[in-house]
Design a protein around this ligand. Structure first.
Ligand SMILES: Cc1cc2nc3c(=O)[nH]c(=O)nc-3n(C[C@H](O)[C@H](O)[C@H](O)COP(=O)(O)OP(=O)(O)OC[C@H]3O[C@@H](n4cnc5c(N)ncnc54)[C@H](O)[C@@H]3O)c2cc1C
Length: 212
């Protein structure tokens, strides 16, 4: 399945702890059931089309002006901005660009960062233009998070019932990614529930196989 498989790892049971859409990109032998692949592809990976921008500062200068660092804005790429200063006092502002993945790609990181800083300066003052560092993480451009289908949309996955694996792999493979959880799919809480369910499923299969 991954580099590990190429090195010859043999296992009775496998838990795939990745979003179903990423799993659908992996080839199986014997082939994965087409109905399972269809369901995996139809399951959006929550937040995969999104990005986050951080500007790190030597101090939270906006607080000195009585500003919270929180903003919602339609004038610039960042729709939602928060004070991301850590409890230990490392100052930062962060925001979610409302610009779509295609537009981010066309714009390029340098221009997007510049536009974000200009927006922060309009909101919080000119010191925003002098960050110690900027960080832009674009999940839509991360092949370990997003597929081509995740470049737009980003709806929340539905908590749907029924097995995630059908056909020849039914007794060998379990899905443990958050999107497969029956509760809070796509969220951190869903990741915990999905992992617990996958482990329970695998333990039951191993018990059955070894008690037979
Ligand atoms: C921008 C953003 C904001 C979010 N905000 C929130 C929030 O506020 N609240 C909340 O509850 N949840 C939030 N989430 C969702 C939360 O992060 C996920 O629900 C959670 O991380 C899913 O956990 P997981 O274990 O299912 O998978 P992941 O954490 O996605 O882990 C999957 C791992 O598999 C790796 N991987 C992928 N493909 C392969 C491969 N072929 N081989 C080997 N490894 C691979 C990936 O690199 C990744 O490390 C957010 C997500 C994003 C992207």
């Amino acid at each position: 399945m991954t580099d590990g498989a190429e090195q010859g790892i043999v296992a009775e049971q496998v838990i795939a702890a990745i979003p179903p859409r990423l799993l659908a990109e992996i080839s199986f032998s014997p082939s994965m059931d087409a109905a399972a692949i269809d369901r995996w592809r139809a399951t959006p990976t929550w937040m995969a089309p999104h990005a986050k921008f951080f500007a790190v500062y030597d101090r939270p200068f906006w607080r000195e002006a009585g500003l919270s660092g929180t903003a919602q804005s339609l004038a610039g790429p960042l729709a939602e901005i928060h004070d991301a200063t850590t409890a230990s006092g490392k100052a930062a502002l962060f925001g979610f660009p409302a610009v779509g993945a295609d537009a981010r790609l066309a714009m390029g990181d340098a221009a997007l960062k510049r536009a974000c800083l200009d927006q922060l300066a309009r909101l919080f003052g000119p010191e925003a233009l002098e960050p110690q560092a900027t960080l832009l993480k674009d999940w839509a451009a991360d092949p370990l998070t997003a597929t081509a289908q995740d470049q737009s949309g980003g709806g929340h996955p539905d908590a749907s019932a029924g097995p995630w694996v059908t056909g020849a792999w039914r007794q060998r493979l379990s899905l443990g990614g958050s999107e497969t959880s029956p509760v809070e799919p796509g969220y951190m809480a869903g990741a915990v529930v999905a992992a617990e369910l996958a482990v329970t499923e695998v333990m039951q299969r191993l018990d059955q196989a070894h008690s037979a």
